[in-house]
Design a protein around this ligand. Structure first.
Ligand SMILES: Nc1ncnc2c1ncn2[C@@H]1O[C@H](COP(=O)(O)OP(=O)(O)OP(=O)(O)O)[C@@H](O)[C@H]1O
Ligand SMILES: [Mg+2]
Length: 363
C-alpha cells in the first residue's frame, strides 16, 4: 500500500465515512489525479525513504497554471510539502486536498520525526567530536603557551636580577664614589628594573594560575608583622608622593600563604599609591570579625567608573590602558583570595576614591 492509499484508509477511519460515497469518491478523484496522471509531488526535507517520495522533481511545477500546495508538518516543523498540479480544482476538492495533506503528514510524521531526530543526534555527535578535537588542540597549544611563558619569564628574571644587583652595588659606592647625577641615574635603573621584575612576576603568576599549577603554602603567622613588611616596601613611594598614610592593623594569628597574602596587599597598596594624586590619603585596615580577617585599602584618588568596576578583576583589563603595568595585579590578587576561600570587592566613586575589601577565613 503506498502512502496515498494509506491516506484514504485513514481518512475513511477518521471521518467514519464508509457509507459516504460522495466524499470518498471525491478523495479518490483527487488522489487518482495525483497517481494516474503523475500530477502530484511529495517532497520531504530529510527523508531517505523512497516509498514516501512522489515525483521529487518539482522543477516543472511552475509551468502549471494551477496547483495546490500544502506543507507537511509536525507541530511547527515543516518537513516537506505535497503538491498537485494540472487542473483548476473546485473548492470542495481543495478542502479534500487539505485533508489529504493532513493525513499524509500524520502518516509520514512518525518516520520523519525519528529521521529528523536521528539526523540531529548525528549532527550533535559530529559537533561534539569536532569540539572534542578542537578542545584537545586548544589545550595542547595552551599548555605549550604556558610552558613557553614560564620558560621565558625565568629567562627574563635572571638578567633583571643581575641589573638590579649591579645597580645596587654601583649605588652603594662600593666600586667608587658617584656624583649626584650618576646616583640619580642608578636610582632610575633600579626603579625601572624593579617594575620590570614585578611585571615578569605577574606574567609568571598568571601563567601558573592558567596552568592550574599554582599551589598554596599554608602557614600560621601574625598579621601585624606580615603587613608591616609590605608597608615598609611601599613606604618610599608614599613618601615620594607625600601621601597621608593611616593604618589600623590588628595583631592576630591567621593561617594562610604568607607570600600570597603579602602579594594581595602589595597590589592593593601599590594601586592605591598609583591611582592617588600627590598629597592624597590612603587608609589601611586589618581587623578580625568572627572567624574572618577583613582587610580594607581605601584611597581618595581618581576612582573607578561604575562600568569599569566589574572588569578590573579580569585578566589584562585596565580601566584604561596604562604604560608600565600589565593589568594583571587585581586578577592575580582575586585568584589568590579565591584560593584562600575568600572574597575581594571594590567600591568606588569617580574623582572621590576607591575602597577594596578582602575577606579571608582565619583558618
Ligand atoms: N585604587 C585604585 N584607584 C583607581 N583605579 C584603580 C585602583 N585600583 C585599581 N584600579 C583600576 O583597576 C585596573 C586594574 O588594576 P590592576 O592592579 O589589575 O592593574 P594595574 O595596576 O593597571 O597593573 P599591574 O597591577 O599589573 O601593574 C587599573 O588599571 C586601574 O584602572
Ligand atoms: Mg596593580
Amino acid at each position: 500500500m503506498n502512502c496515498f492509499e494509506n491516506a484514504v484508509e485513514k481518512i475513511r477511519e477518521f471521518y467514519k465515512i464508509k457509507t459516504d460515497e460522495y466524499f470518498e469518491k471525491n478523495i479518490f478523484e483527487v488522489l487518482k489525479q495525483i497517481i494516474e496522471f503523475d500530477a502530484g509531488y511529495i517532497n520531504l526535507t530529510n527523508s531517505e525513504r523512497p516509498e514516501y517520495l512522489f515525483n521529487t522533481d518539482t522543477s516543472d511545477i511552475k509551468s502549471f497554471e494551477s496547483c495546490l500546495r500544502e506543507n507537511l508538518y509536525f507541530k511547527n516543523t515543516v518537513y516537506g510539502e505535497i503538491v498537485i498540479t494540472g487542473k483548476h480544482y473546485s473548492s470542495n476538492e481543495k478542502k479534500i486536498f487539505k485533508t489529504c495533506a493532513c493525513v499524509i503528514s500524520d502518516i509520514i510524521k512518525d518516520f520523519e520525526i525519528s529521521q529528523i531526530t536521528k539526523m540531529q543526534i548525528e549532527a550533535i555527535q559530529q559537533g561534539y567530536l569536532k569540539i572534542h578535537k578542537n578542545t584537545k588542540k586548544i589545550k595542547n597549544s595552551q599548555e605549550a603557551k604556558t610552558k613557553f611563558i614560564s620558560h621565558i619569564s625565568h629567562e627574563l628574571r635572571t638578567p633583571i636580577n643581575s641589573i638590579l644587583g649591579f645597580s645596587e652595588i654601583l649605588g652603594s659606592g662600593f666600586t667608587g664614589k658617584l656624583n649626584s647625577k650618576q646616583k640619580e641615574y642608578i636610582d632610575d635603573i633600579k626603579i625601572s628594573s624593579l617594575k620590570l621584575l614585578e611585571m615578569v612576576n605577574e606574567i609568571l603568576d598568571i601563567s601558573k594560575i592558567e596552568a592550574k599549577s599554582m599551589k598554596l603554602n599554608l602557614q600560621k603567622f601574625s598579621t601585624s608583622v606580615c603587613i608591616q613588611e609590605v608597608v615598609n616596601l611601599i613606604n618610599p613611594l608614599l613618601i615620594r608622593k607625600n601621601l597621608n598614610f593611616k593604618k589600623n592593623i590588628g595583631n592576630f594569628e591567621i593561617t594562610a600563604d604568607y607570600q600570597k597574602f603579602q602579594q594581595i596587599l602589595l597590589n592593593l597598596l601599590s594601586n592605591a599609591v598609583k591611582y592617588t594624586p600627590v598629597n592624597g590619603q590612603i587608609i589601611l585596615e586589618c581587623t578580625k570579625k568572627d572567624d574572618k580577617t577583613i582587610i580594607t585599602v581605601e584611597d581618595n584618588g581618581v576612582g573607578i567608573e561604575k562600568k569599569d568596576l566589574k572588569k578590573i578583576f579580569k585578566k589584562y583589563e585596565q580601566a584604561d590602558a596604562k604604560a608600565n603595568s600589565t593589568g594583571l595585579g587585581l586578577a592575580i590578587a582575586k585568584e589568590f583570595v579565591k584560593m584562600h576561600n575568600g572574597t575581594i570587592t571594590a567600591e568606588s566613586e569617580i574623582g572621590k576614591g576607591s575602597k577594596f575589601t578582602v575577606v579571608i577565613p582565619l583558618n
